[in-house]
Design a protein. Structure first.
Length: 310
């Protein structure tokens, strides 16, 4: 963890207000300590406009290297890497999701089994759940190449081998079917749905993000016509037919079929307009408890929908 007594100007200022109280990243990033534990980060670290050490968050290599450093220093995960173009998750926000799931389930429960729908090439939710709380985790994905990459990460971290297993979803029309096995029970399922309806929409979203990053640094917006996805995203990681709204409908409807095999179903919802119809469908299908969990990361607010039929 970062040194609470640091005072040098070169250290990152506390920028991540509103993270979960147990989140290790509440005080921002201690770049000096991160470079010390993960030297590969050094070439990407330099003073920003405020004189604080930072990286260029529009550079996908810098973002990926920062993630590897964070996972190494704070969560004892070594050799984390993703293929070029794969979704590169912001670690503090992903850790928040896991902390709120621990609150939902009750911290007194030690033997927790988590299912990650669409674990991607990064495997981030099970990795964090294993290392923070020692949970048993299953990660599913439709992309065999993504699962091969996560399998490599698990192989390089022996402590994960008995706690993190992977399953391939062979049918794009199903989410839980073919993944949850007969007689199996999960305490919670997590999901970060693809939030765009097409590749074109995903690229436009990335361009907007790059423009906002440039504006925050006092620069003119990027002029490139083919924006780099600085947080990546391969196919199903970023977009699917019908976007987030349709994916949520499928997720909710299929959850009803497995209502006796999972205590809490949950999903991130990135678009505010999708919350109300999702809640309406959940209640229509007979859920006995529906919760909207708000997570704050700086100026950004995200939400998790959680529901149970038990």
């Amino acid at each position: 963890m970062s040194n609470p007594h640091r005072s040098e100007k070169s250290q990152a200022r506390p920028v991540r207000k509103g993270l979960h109280p147990r989140n290790l990243h509440n005080q921002g990033y201690d770049f000096s300590a991160l470079v010390q534990s993960h030297p590969a980060l050094a070439p990407h670290v330099k003073p920003n406009a405020h004189g604080d050490l930072s990286i260029d968050f529009a550079d996908p290599v810098a973002v990926k290297t920062l993630n590897a450093a964070l996972l190494n220093r704070h969560y004892n995960i070594v050799d984390w890497d993703i293929p070029e173009g794969a979704l590169c998750p912001p670690i503090p926000g992903r850790a928040d999701y896991i902390h709120y799931m621990a609150d939902l389930l009750g911290l007194e429960q030690r033997s927790i089994k988590l299912l990650d729908i669409g674990t991607g090439a990064n495997g981030i939710y099970p990795l964090l759940a294993c290392q923070i709380y020692g949970w048993q985790c299953v990660g599913s994905d439709i992309n065999p190449q993504s699962l091969e990459n996560v399998a490599r990460i698990i192989a390089n971290n022996p402590s994960l081998k008995e706690r993190f297993t992977l399953r391939t979803q062979h049918d794009k029309n199903h989410i839980f079917e073919g993944i949850i096995q007969a007689g199996e029970f999960f305490d919670v399922s997590v999901c970060n749905p693809p939030f765009h309806a097409s590749l074109d929409e995903a690229l436009k979203g990335s361009q907007l993000k790059l423009n906002n990053l440039a504006r925050s640094r006092g620069e003119q917006k990027p002029t490139t016509q083919t924006p780099t996805l600085n947080f990546g995203g391969l196919g199903a990681e970023l977009w699917c037919k019908g976007g987030e709204q349709l994916f949520l409908k499928k997720l909710i409807r299929e959850s009803k079929l497995y209502s006796a095999q999972c205590r809490w179903f949950t999903s991130l919802v990135s678009k505010t307009d999708n919350v109300k119809p999702a809640k309406k469908l959940i209640r229509k299908l007979g859920a006995v408890d529906v919760r909207e969990i708000e997570m704050k990361q700086g100026n950004k607010i995200t939400r998790v929908l959680a529901w149970t039929f038990m």
